[in-house]
Design a protein around this ligand. Structure first.
Ligand code: BGC
Length: 737
């Protein structure tokens, strides 16, 4: 293998842009490799290529997309999926899989939310990190994307994100940071959008200062497909590989080096990273993956991802007493199991929910009848279909209605206009609920759906998202209690759009989107502003019940702590619960969300069994981004710790007291009187002097009155020799620091 330094400038420059849509360029002694989507399966196009999922791809297992895996709260599951995707990638000749996507779900209408894990950075980072580890341990390079602040599809190639630095650091970057520092992804993919006016592909603050200088990343930065506008500016900012092929890029880079506009060493370094990336190239004789085993994993994963939102009067699980089950809804027969766009996988097989429910029913002696209820993308007579479905519901013991978003309603490339499903489906749901003795709704879709108009009229709701090719079997297993629902919401379900944090600030206007909600993204908004959503982040039911007790929190080191709780399965079935630990505010030195997820663990317990769960709270769980200082700071003081089964369901609370960072600010004439008085070194003397000058007023009262005044200003108001003397003394203190 050549090194970049061995190659002529033209060859080095050629390596910095793709050879075509999916392959890197070759050079003497440097092979070409394939990068392809991702993330929940391999989209290896063998004929015509595109980045919108339009042309055919080789068959591959379609695992649950991130919207579902997010709800598993199970990093080990993400790791196993990553391993299986890697095996298929290698067998298909792919070196790098373009995923996972770890952008934060800032707004429920983002058309690509199905490709992202969560509204919470800790959860997104933990799952993304595990998926990267699974992929790379399995021999495929990962490409964590889309770096960064790409939280909408509207104007995604141009919109400029205006977010304050603290919000960027605490909400939008941590998932990437964790993956970079814990899992060393082979590549990081920059996003399309602009940040403060600068395109991500040309953003040296993002690609070099943060990613490399602060986080120590030494892998390759690849562009999102078509994200490069100016190849010279991109390489200079820290981009290594432009994808797909940029027809003029090589010539422009060579010319820029020759004219002195671009440092040749930068080109050599980027070319070396492309050369280093070729180590992920699979061999010509990779073993064929075990597609049956992968389908079984896809099904197992799907069962762990669905969230049982509501289950009144133990409507679920279905049993023999259900009599006839009326399965209603075209989505039961024509399932949606993944989103549209670049992640679209050509599944090896697809479990159809209707067939699977019929099969489980027949095992139990339960008859299953089907009625389509509505048509999808056709000119079916919805009224006739609805009447037929209502009649079937009235004859049944229980109606299971599949409702949700169709392919045309959500995809990469555009955002949804509202949270609603088709009004025909809503009408159907209500009519069925009125006719059937019991109604269970299975919700399908990659984005949050508004439940309001019909929520209270149905007995149970299983949020099935998009569950991948094994979803149909998983849904049947969950409905009949052959699998235990253990998913928990990774994003809040609001009552209505107007409740959501970014309402009015999404998707932006006049070329800019302002992240006006700041830190209050997702449940941070609802908990802080005391707004009750329909279902809170972290919520999910099972067929058994749990308690979380005996929270003990101890400081373990410099601003780190550990928490332990006793978790008990108090029901009569085995099941899983997710212990969620939140930091509930903290010292008042900065504004803090009411709750921030700090640690979590999914535990599986037999009926009656208990276990003690210990969770580490790293320093970062308590730290805030100090913008003026440009660093993470832990304020000294008390931090409430809360544990529970969701962000709104708290079972125990404790407080931990941290020493925090002792920050000695240099004092000056611009420092306020209060800052002088509080200073750990000069404060005591200053207070004594203040006491003598306050005409008998107690110092604390004086500080209340005048504490916010800069010292220089106060001295200006103290004329004559006394003022001069005080100024001289204080200037001596300043000079002596
Ligand atoms: C998407 C990426 C994808 C790439 C290649 C882009 O449009 O944003 O996520 O990996 O296309 O298909």
């Amino acid at each position: 293998m050549s090194t970049a330094a061995d190659l002529p400038l033209e060859d080095r420059a050629r390596l910095l842009t793709g050879a075509d849509f999916w392959t890197t360029a070759a050079a003497p002694g440097v092979p070409s490799i394939v990068l392809t989507d991702g993330p929940h399966g391999v989209r290896r196009q063998v004929g015509d290529s595109d980045h919108l999922g339009l042309n055919a791809a080789a068959p591959a297992t379609c695992f649950p997309p991130a919207v579902a895996v997010g709800s598993s709260w199970n990093p080990d599951l993400a790791r196993r999926i990553g391993g299986a995707v890697a095996a298929e990638a290698r067998a298909l000749g792919v070196a790098v899989v373009l995923g996972p996507g770890v952008n934060i779900k800032r707004h429920p209408l983002c058309g690509r939310n199905f490709e992202y894990y969560s509204e919470d950075p800790l959860l997104a980072g933990a799952l993304g990190s595990a998926q990267v580890q699974g992929l790379q341990d399995g021999g495929a390079g990962a490409s964590v994307k889309h770096f960064a602040l790409n939280n909408q599809e509207t104007e995604r190639m141009r919109v400029s994100v205006d977010a304050d630095p603290r919000t960027v650091r605490e909400i939008y970057l941590p998932a990437f940071e964790r993956i970079v520092t814990d899992a060393s992804p082979a590549t990081v993919m920059c996003s399309y959008n602009r940040i403060d006016g600068v395109h991500a592909s040309e953003n040296s603050w993002l690609l070099t200062t943060v990613l490399r200088d602060e986080w120590g990343y030494d892998g390759l930065v690849v562009s999102d497909w078509g994200a490069v506008r100016d190849p010279v500016a991109a390489v200079r900012a820290g981009l290594d590989l432009e994808m797909p092929h940029g027809p003029h890029s090589t010539a422009r880079i060579v010319a820029a080096v020759r004219s002195g506009e671009l440092d040749e060493a930068v080109v050599t370094r980027a070319a070396q990273r492309v050369i280093d990336l070729t180590r992920w190239a699979p061999s010509d004789d990779e073993p064929a993956p075990d597609l049956d085993a992968h389908h079984a994993l896809a099904r197992e994963a799907a069962a762990e991802c669905a969230v049982l939102l509501r289950n009144e009067n133990a409507a679920l699980p279905l049993d023999a007493a259900a009599g006839t089950v009326a399965v209603i809804g075209e989505l039961a027969r024509t399932p949606r199991y993944q989103g549209g766009g670049s992640s679209h996988i050509n599944a090896t097989r697809v479990d159809v929910p209707l067939d699977e429910i019929a099969a489980r029913g027949s095992d139990l002696g339960v008859a299953v009848e089907f009625a389509a209820g509505y048509g999808i993308g056709d000119d079916a007579d919805d009224t006739a279909l609805r009447d037929e479905a209502v009649a079937a519901a009235a004859r049944s013991g229980v109606a299971v209605v599949f409702a949700g978003l169709t392919e045309a309603e959500e995809s990469e490339g555009f955002d949804r206009p509202d949270l609603a499903i088709d009004p025909q489906q809503v009408e159907l749901l209500r009519a069925v609920a009125a006719a059937a003795p019991r109604t269970v709704v299975v919700l399908v879709g990659g984005g949050v759906i508004e439940l309001e108009p019909w929520h209270d009229e149905v007995d149970a709701i299983l949020e099935a998202f998009l569950l991948g090719q094994g979803g149909g079997a998983a849904i049947a297993d969950l409905l009949f209690g052959l699998a235990e629902p253990s998913g928990r919401l990774a994003e809040t379900i609001p009552h209505r759009l107007e409740q959501t944090p970014a309402f009015g600030n999404f998707p932006g206007e006049l070329g800019t989107v302002r992240y006006g909600e700041g830190l209050l993204v997702g449940y941070r908004w609802y908990t802080t502003r005391k707004i009750a959503p329909r279902y809170p982040f972290g919520h999910g039911l099972g067929y058994t019940s749990f308690t979380i007790e005996d929270l003990v929190v101890e400081v373990t080191g410099a601003d780190t702590a550990t928490a332990s709780v006793l978790v008990t399965n108090t029901g009569d079935r085995a099941g899983s619960h997710v212990v969620q630990l939140y930091v509930g505010g903290g010292p008042g030195s900065v504004f803090r969300p009411r709750r921030s997820l700090a640690a979590f663990r999914k535990v599986e317990l037999d009926p009656g069994a208990s276990t003690t769960v210990a969770l580490d709270l790293p320093r970062r769980a308590f730290a805030h981004w100090d913008t003026p200082r440009g660093d993470w700071v832990v304020s000294p003081g008390d931090y409430p710790i809360e544990v529970g089964g969701s962000s709104a369901d708290i079972d125990g609370a404790a407080t931990v007291t941290l020493d925090g960072d002792v920050i000695v600010e240099p004092l000056g004439m611009e420092s306020t009187i209060a800052e002088w008085a509080a200073h750990p070194v000069a404060g005591e003397g200053f207070r004594t002097a203040l006491a003598g000058s306050a005409g008998g007023m107690p110092v604390d009262q004086l500080l209340e009155l005048a504490g916010s005044m800069p010292l220089g200003k106060a001295l200006d108001m103290l004329p004559g020799p006394a003022g001069d003397e005080a100024r001289a003394q204080l200037e001596a203190v300043i000079a002596g620091q």
